[in-house]
Design a protein around this ligand. Structure first.
Ligand SMILES: NC(=O)c1ccc[n+]([C@@H]2O[C@H](COP(=O)([O-])OP(=O)(O)OC[C@H]3O[C@@H](n4cnc5c(N)ncnc54)[C@H](OP(=O)(O)O)[C@@H]3O)[C@@H](O)[C@H]2O)c1
Length: 302
C-alpha cells in the first residue's frame, strides 16, 4: 500500500506511519506530509532505522497556507500516479491565542479541516487510480459543532472549540463525499472517520501549559493514555485490510472496542445533507482555487 499521512512527524500520525512502515516486511510505502523539513527528514531517518523500510518520503506543506497546499498537490501529482490511502490526521491542538493564518482564517479551521478538504479533493484522482481501491481515513472525535455565524471564530474563540469545530467539519465532509461516491457507478473509494478509543500521549504534552501537563502526567500513571505505537497498532490494519471491508465502513464513524472495529452513532446535525452541502459550498469559496472548484463540480454541482 502507498499511504500519505498528514502530520506524520509527531503523535498519532507518526505512530501510524511507524507501524505501517514495519508491517508486512516493509512492503508499504509512506509519504509524510509535514511543515518542517528538519522534522520530516529526522522522522524518515528514525523510522527507516527501526523498520528497515526505505520507502518513506516527505512532502513539505504548512497547512496554514493554501498556497502550500496547492504546491504539495502539484508535487504529489508529479511524483505519484496513484495512492492507496490517505490518513487525514494533521492537526493543531492546544493554542494560547487565536493567530489568524496568512489566508485570514482561524488556524484550527484551516489546518485541521479546510486545507485537508482541499488536499483530499485534489488527490481523489490518485486514489481512484489505486489497484486495490483507494481509502481516506479521517482522524476524528465525535464532538463539536459548526459556528455558522462565526466560522472563523473571531468573536468567540477557544482552542477546544476550534479543535472540535474541525472535527464536526471533517465528519460532515467525509459523509457527503461517501454519498457522492455511492452515486458514481463502479466507485471503489472508501472514506470514513476513526475515533481512537483512548487518549494518545502525543507531542501535545510538550505544548500544553504546566498545569495541564501535570494533570495529564497523573492520568498517565493511572493508565489514561496509550502510546503512539499502540495507536499505530490499532489503526494500521484499517489501511491494509481488504477493500471490501473498507467499503463496508465507508461513510461511517468507526471506533475500536474489545479489539473489534465498531460503528458509532453519528449526531443528527452532522448527518443533515443540507448542512453538509452548505459547508461544502462555504469550503469551496474559502479555498478560492479554480482547480478545486472544477474537481468539486465533477462530484456535486451546487
Ligand atoms: N492525541 C489524542 O488523543 C487525539 C485523540 C483524538 C484525535 N486527535 C487528533 O489527532 C490529530 C493529531 O494529534 P496528536 O495528538 O497526534 O498531536 P501532535 O502530536 O501535536 O501531532 C500533530 C501533527 O500535526 C502536524 N501539524 C500541526 N500543524 C501543522 C501545520 N500547520 N501544517 C502541517 N502539519 C501540521 C504536526 O507537525 P509538527 O511535528 O511539525 O508539529 C504533527 O505532525 C489531531 O487532529 C488531533 O485533534 C488526537
Amino acid at each position: 500500500m502507498k499511504v500519505l499521512v498528514t502530520g506524520g512527524t509527531n503523535g498519532m500520525g507518526k505512530g501510524v506511519a511507524k507501524i505501517l512502515a514495519s508491517k508486512d516486511d516493509g512492503a508499504h510505502e509512506i509519504i509524510i506530509l509535514c511543515r518542517s523539513k528538519e522534522r520530516g527528514e529526522s522522522t524518515i531517518k528514525e523510522l527507516a532505522a527501526i523498520t528497515n523500510n526505505n520507502k518513506i518520503s516527505i512532502v513539505l506543506c504548512d497547512l496554514t497556507k493554501l498556497s502550500d497546499v496547492r504546491n504539495a498537490i502539484k508535487e504529489i501529482h508529479n511524483n505519484h500516479d496513484f495512492l492507496d490511502g490517505i490518513f487525514i490526521n494533521a492537526g493543531l491542538g492546544y493554542a494560547a491565542k487565536r493567530v489568524e493564518t496568512e489566508d485570514g482564517m482561524d488556524p484550527h479551521f484551516q489546518v485541521n479541516y479546510l486545507s485537508q478538504f482541499m488536499l483530499t479533493l485534489n488527490l481523489l484522482d490518485l486514489l481512484e487510480n489505486s489497484k486495490t481501491g483507494g481509502r481516506v481515513i479521517f482522524n476524528v472525535t465525535k464532538r463539536g459543532e459548526i459556528f455558522w455565524d462565526d466560522i472563523q471564530m473571531k468573536n468567540n474563540w477557544g482552542f477546544e472549540k476550534g479543535v472540535f469545530q474541525g472535527m464536526a467539519a471533517k465528519r460532515m465532509f467525509y459523509i457527503l463525499l461517501h454519498d457522492l461516491y455511492r452515486r458514481k457507478e463502479g466507485s471503489r473509494v472508501s472514506v470514513f472517520g476513526f475515533q481512537i478509543p483512548k487518549t494518545v500521549w502525543s507531542n501535545q504534552i510538550n505544548i500544553i501549559p504546566f498545569f495541564m501537563r501535570t494533570m495529564a502526567t497523573m492520568m498517565k500513571i493511572f493508565g489514561g493514555f496509550i502510546s503512539i505505537e499502540k495507536c499505530g497498532m490499532i489503526m494500521a490494519p484499517l489501511f491494509t485490510e481488504d477493500q471490501k471491508e473498507s467499503l463496508k465502513r465507508s461513510g461511517k464513524l468507526i471506533t475500536q472496542k474489545k479489539n473489534e472495529f465498531i460503528e458509532m452513532k453519528e449526531d443528527d446535525t452532522v448527518l443533515d445533507p443540507k448542512l453538509q452541502e452548505k459547508l461544502w459550498k462555504i469550503s469551496l469559496d474559502l479555498c478560492n482555487d479554480e482547480e478545486t472548484v472544477q474537481i468539486a463540480k465533477r462530484y456535486l454541482e451546487i
